[in-house]
Design a binder for this molecule. Sequence first.
Ligand code: PHE
Length: 442
Amino acid sequence: MAVTREHWGSKLGFIMAAAGSAVGLGNIWKFPYITGENGGAAFLILYLGLVFTIGISVLAAEMVIGRASQSDAITSFKKLETPGWSIIGFMGILAAFVILSFYGVIAGWTISYTLKMATGAFAGANGGEIENTFISFISDPVSPLIYAGIFMLLTMLVVLAGIKGGIERAGKILMPLLFIILIALAIRGMTLPGAEAGIRFYLEPDFSKIDGKTVMAALGQAFFSLSLGMGVMITYGSYLNRTENLGKSSWYVAFLDTTVAILAGLAILPAVFAVGLNPAQGPALTFITLPAVFEAMPGGTFFGTLFFLLLTIAALTSSISLLEPVVAYFNQKGFSRTKVTLISGVVAFLLGIPSSLSQGVWGDFKFAGKGFLDLMDFVSSSILLPVGGLLVSLYVGWVMGAKAQNEMTAGEGKSLVLFTWIFILRFIAPLAIAAILVNGLL
Ligand code: PHE
């Protein structure tokens, strides 16, 4: 049995922690390259549409479940006397492991880039040389794994330090700093000679580029970026006091997360064109483009080092939120926090090995046309998370009913927003998610 439940120290603490989970590699590494692969501006619009309808509603729904039950994502449903729905939590644990495994690999890249930047590895390099440095690094069978291991150790350490000590403090101080550097980068990226083509690519929509697969990618990205569909926000919501209006909290989180993604797009996509790279080159995009932007900037070595350091920390505030639900569940079952943290971290690390190798020696193994890392990402972000979100919508919309509405507003009464929220959860989200999955998979 868990002892008394810790709560967040303040309202801001909760929002920053939830935003800390949301803002991470998904915004700065993944969003720009997915946007690049899916045609730019039209994808951006589609993404925004999904975040502010389905995404934000599911976000609030997860917080509602967590706060109403004061429990982790599996125990919640038992507390609310609907044990069958615990499947949401179990699927979430599966998704958490899959995501954590490849997340650790990419976060390892950011640690390595912090050091590369600090030691001036890119000084005077042109686009091609920066690209070669990246490729020879990620295709090495050993060194990326060492960095992935270091990152996983850091994740385990923070989770062990407990909820207030670790998670909350990290979010409050460092997120604003990352934000400021990103603004500077966006300004530099957009003013590089030759960036106009990239700005047009990112901001002038060409809707002929949208098809079933694009919509599925946008939905998957919305869930991934907001940390939805796997019980993270249920767990975080469970550490929350009864007085918070969850509708407002979910707005803040979605707004922050989206602003960071848009800024990252502005920092990276125009620069891609300026440096003469291909926007559709996938996971390498951020790592090849940004060093080039830093090179073109006064104080680039300093800002580049700081940036990758902050990105590592942003990844850490997300990875701890992937590990925390697993630990919270087994902890409540009576297992020691230390033991569960250790075992889960090691399992996720081992699962990440094939993802890392898929960037080099195992590059030729393809499953359904995807390398291992891409496959893990696709299965978790584009399938498991949306299915989780669909179930959360049905649960809060139809099963919790009036109880969910009271929980949402902390007793402030009914409103149009509340009505819209329930309507989206009951009808729009389940139907749209199902349609997007079926259409995208066929
Ligand atoms: N939202 C995080 C990011 O954008 C990743 C994440 C996904 C974290 C799912 C927790 C749960 O980097």
